[in-house]
Design a protein around this ligand. Structure first.
Ligand SMILES: Cc1ncc(COP(=O)(O)O)c(C=O)c1O
Length: 426
């Protein structure tokens, strides 16, 4: 049984916050009122009339998101109740609980990055409190911590290819280290692509002495098998927050819409702390469409194509000389592969050379992850379209052949010297 207590865990100044209220919280805009309360511009958006008409008719003339371009001179809805309900409908799968989550269990923000930062500000006193992260993991947890003057406790994941939670080490850190308020887990992990075991997350949620919150980042969850999302589990665990985003499977990174599922009291804190109008009207309209039945069908169609290309990469990459082991899982829209030198060993010099050559000479950009914990010699490759995967496979094969030939022909340590000269240590 967790001793979690929001009143002693969250920052006192945040607990005392009153959410910002606008006049329209008291007097709804029913379309008949003259709105002289928010210092908006009643003459309308400063967009050429023809552009407004075109955008309005193309947005409403066909089936699709209804963006009210003419209404953009008004502030957006600060509460986003309808969008939250649609997100709840998507995640009330009852795989993990018979309880139902409601808009009270949801915070929506400018990408999930806003929730990552908001949680830190809700719970961590700058200069004193800390968060626990499990490398290799998403970099924004530590960036946000640093911005907020919050310290880091690092407990690495178990070695590849499982990349699971080191339960004993995390449990012991939470028992022995002072002032850890949040644990950020990523499932499926970035860059690991592995889902964390539900039982492991439960063990941390049940920690017998730790008064803190488990944040489970599910940015890539829709690439995993059905039922994998734990979002609805927040109805069971007051110390669990689940983060999601429309940036990945829904293909809407450009609109910046992320969500934090949590108990109603935690959501109230996040809402009190946020800027009042953080979700723009176009973002809200596009997001609502994306999580409607039609949007979800489109997402699932794209998902099938991504999974097919992911399978193709898993089949084709091992046939290429110089591609080593798949280091993580396959439950995401990227894969983490080792790159081998001419001697068949994973090393960062070769991985970095492949990364740079692909980008500079072949026009293919992947991500070098060799400096992340447990990822020696690794590149993270996002699954692209069929044509993009074709182009990548051909480019990486050629690149590896060229680099190996150079390594074979060059004095043994020349490549290393080159890397040292460019500031990269293997
Ligand atoms: C694990 C993880 N969480 C969160 C994010 C941020 O997502 P958003 O675009 O919603 O801010 C990313 C982006 O790459 C990610 O990899």
């Amino acid at each position: 049984m967790s001793p979690f207590n929001l009143q002693t865990c969250a920052r006192a100044n945040i607990l005392a916050l009153e959410p910002y209220r606008c006049a329209r919280d008291d007097y709804k805009d029913d379309g008949t009122n003259v709105l002289l309360d928010a210092n908006e511009n009643a003459y309308g958006p400063s967009l050429p009339k023809v552009a407004v008409e075109k955008a309005s008719s193309s947005a409403t003339g066909t089936k699709g998101p209804e963006i009210d371009v003419e209404g953009l001179h008004r502030y957006p809805d600060p509460h986003q109740h309808d969008l939250k309900q649609l997100l709840c409908n998507l995640r009330n799968t009852h795989h993990h609980t018979s309880k139902t989550i409601t808009p009270e269990n949801l915070f929506v923000g400018v990408g999930s990055d806003e929730a990552i930062d908001g949680l830190l500000r809700c719970f961590c006193v700058p200069g004193r409190d800390r968060i626990l992260v499990c490398p290799p993991t998403y970099g924004m947890y530590s960036v946000s911590a640093q911005v907020n003057d919050v310290g880091l406790v690092k407990v690495p994941l178990l070695p590849a290819p499982t990349f699971g939670i080191d339960i004993d080490a995390v449990t012991s850190a939470l028992s022995n280290e002072k002032d850890i308020k949040l644990v950020y887990f990523c499932s499926p992990g970035n860059p690991t692509g592995s889902l964390l075991a539900k039982e492991d997350v439960k063990r941390i949620l049940e920690h017998p002495t730790w008064n803190g919150v488990v944040v489970l980042d599910e940015a890539y969850i829709d690439f995993s098998p059905d039922g994998a999302s734990m979002a609805e589990w927040v109805a069971e665990w007051p110390n669990l927050v689940v983060l999601q985003t429309l940036s990945k499977a829904f293909g809407l990174a450009g609109i910046r819409l992320g969500a934090a599922f949590a108990s109603a009291p935690i959501v109230r804190l996040l809402n009190s702390l946020k800027a009042p109008y953080n979700i723009s009207s176009p973002t809200s309209a596009l997001a609502s469409y994306a999580v409607s039945a039609e949007g979800i069908a489109t997402m699932r169609g794209n998902l099938e194509k991504i999974v097919a290309q992911r399978n193709r990469l898993i089949q084709e990459l091992p046939k290429i000389k110089g591609i080593g082991r798949l280091r993580g899982g396959t439950e995401s829209n990227f894969l983490l592969y080792e790159i081998l030198n001419a001697k068949g060993e994973a090393d960062n010099v070769t991985a970095l050379a492949v990364y740079e050559t692909l980008a500079e000479n072949k026009g293919v950009v992947v991500r070098f992850r060799g400096k992340e914990h447990g990822c020696l010699g690794c590149l993270r490759i996002t699954v692209g379209t069929e044509d993009e995967v074709t182009r990548f496979l051909s480019a990486v094969e050629k690149t590896l052949t060229e680099i190996h030939a150079k390594q074979d022909g060059a004095p043994a340590d020349e490549a290393k010297k080159e890397a040292e000269a460019s500031g990269v240590v293997a």
